[in-house]
Write a protein that binds this ligand. Sequence first.
Ligand SMILES: [Zn+2]
Length: 193
Amino acid sequence: MNEYPCGIIRDLLPLYYDNVCSKESRQAVEEHLHTCPACQKELQKLTNDLIIPERKGQTEEEKKVMEFSSFLRSFREKSYRKGLYIGIITALLLTVITFYLFPLLIVDTGSGMFALLLLIPAFCFLTAFLFGLLAGIQWLYPLLIAALFLPTIWIYYNSSAWIYVIPYTILALVGNLTGGLIRKFVLKHKNRP
Ligand SMILES: [Zn+2]
């Protein structure tokens, strides 16, 4: 039933497509479309014209989101690596000073005890704490500290001093965990809107 000429139907097609025409118009368009392949084609064209830019827009949008998130990720990785490098250098420097220079201050048993029981453990913990803040929790860190301490046993102390490697390693572990957890908490807090 071709009640309306194609011209009127084509004028209505955009409204029909957008679903903003009256029920009567809608019905008229649908009835016309059933019998008019030319207008069907016109509707198809309209659909393609409207859908393709929309798809393009979506992928454009998606691209932007992807670019932004990869930018953020790369920045986070970079700053993480930066923190890791600075942390490793700082920790190595402080640990070498603690383990290899502080014993030079030892002149008698009293100063020896002070160094081994207070000064070195305190620096061990503080260095590990600082390292944790900069580089996060690193499970190899306490082993590195143990490895750095061991040669000093033969350089500065007698063989019975090996026992100190246990508290120093534990302090390094606890310090690293504490600093690393605080870093995690701060980063999480900072990222909140
Ligand atoms: Zn028609």
